[in-house]
Design a protein around this ligand. Structure first.
Ligand SMILES: Nc1ncnc2c1ncn2[C@@H]1O[C@H](COP(=O)(O)OP(=O)(O)O)[C@@H](O)[C@H]1O
Ligand SMILES: [Mg+2]
Length: 302
């Protein structure tokens, strides 16, 4: 069977609110704040992300096009990415899904897992290397002046160290600007949320989450604050020191209290968002006996 046929079969049979009960069971290998990463039998060697966001094929193609532009630009900036492929899966009902497949990487190679494998000295070296990678993006943006501006969500769980090479894996939200104009259309994402959720998405996602990954200082604060979530706040002083020693000219040093404040807010946003989505799933599947499209993350320790 061809890859697309396997994916169509998978999509047709998938029970997103109880993936473990699907006839073709996805094997879940990771969770992010928004999405779930899984493997599919018959398509070995790949990790999939499913974006069930689109009302038309054109909308899905548009997202796919932006995804490809974004990943090309990241590569042009010098960032290493895993091999990838995309598939638009339309099984004759809405929404249409875009599947983003990446070469599957060993789970122990992912940044946040390395925190529990490496010594503190090795972690210091790892962080320095990750910052060096992120700097490529800031430099690229400076070089391109107003032509191109790339965002990057550089938190630890978005990097993998494979055969000594750092790979950036979280490429599925293609936020970038051309001549100052944001290229990602947030509409599919907004529409995918129920009415009562849209306001938090608009309030936090559009103004805050969509902009934070363009700003060097905020990306670093996010990186540092994330060490709370990864259960290694003991590494924060060292990380502050490394990052403050590497800030671009003109930026003021990051202070611990900014990191703490940011983390409190961020934790609140994402916990709220996830609880609302779970509530929506409950209403749809249990009360209305309808389909719920998203495979939600389980409980996230923060
Ligand atoms: N190609 C991959 N191979 C192995 N694990 C992966 C791969 N891509 C993602 N993961 C796992 O899934 C997690 C979430 O993926 P990510 O792309 O960062 O999603 P999100 O956008 O929701 O943060 C990663 O931190 C990692 O643990
Ligand atoms: Mg991620």
């Amino acid at each position: 069977m061809k890859e697309i046929e396997i994916l169509e079969k998978f999509e047709r049979k998938l029970i997103p609110h109880q993936p473990e009960k699907s006839p073709i069971k996805p094997e879940i290998i990771g969770y992010g704040e928004i999405s779930t990463i899984f493997k599919i039998k018959g398509l070995e060697g790949f990790a999939f992300k499913r974006l069930p966001l689109f009302k038309t094929k054109e909308e899905a193609e548009e997202y796919e096009k932006k995804y490809k532009m974004y990943t090309e630009l990241l590569k042009e900036a010098g960032i290493n990415l895993p091999e990838d492929k995309t598939f638009i899966v339309d099984v004759g009902r809405l929404p249409i899904s875009l599947y983003i497949a990446q070469k599957e990487l060993p789970s122990e190679a992912i940044g946040n897992k390395l925190l529990f494998k490496l010594s503190n000295d090795e972690i210091r070296e790892l962080f320095k290397r990750i910052i060096r990678e992120m700097k490529k993006v800031w430099n690229f943006n400076k070089e391109k002046k107003d032509e191109v501006e790339l965002s990057i969500d550089g938190q630890l769980s978005n990097w993998a160290l494979v055969d000594g090479k750092l790979l950036f894996i979280d490429t599925s939200t293609p936020l970038f600007k051309l001549k100052g104009k944001e290229q990602m259309d947030p509409e599919p994402l907004l529409k995918s949320a129920p009415g009562f959720l849209r306001w938090i998405l608009k309030l936090f996602f559009l103004d805050d989450v969509m902009n934070r990954y363009y700003e060097e200082r905020l990306v670093y604060i996010d990186f540092i604050a994330n060490l709370y979530k990864e259960q290694r706040p003991d590494l924060i002083p060292m990380t502050l020191e490394i990052i403050n020693g590497n800030l671009s000219d003109g930026l003021s040093p990051i202070e611990r209290k900014e990191v703490d404040k940011y983390y409190k807010e961020d934790k609140m946003i994402w916990s709220l968002f996830l609880s609302f989505r779970k509530f929506d799933r409950f209403v749809k599947t249990k009360l209305l006996a309808k389909r719920y499209e998203f495979i939600l993350p389980g409980k996230i320790k923060r």
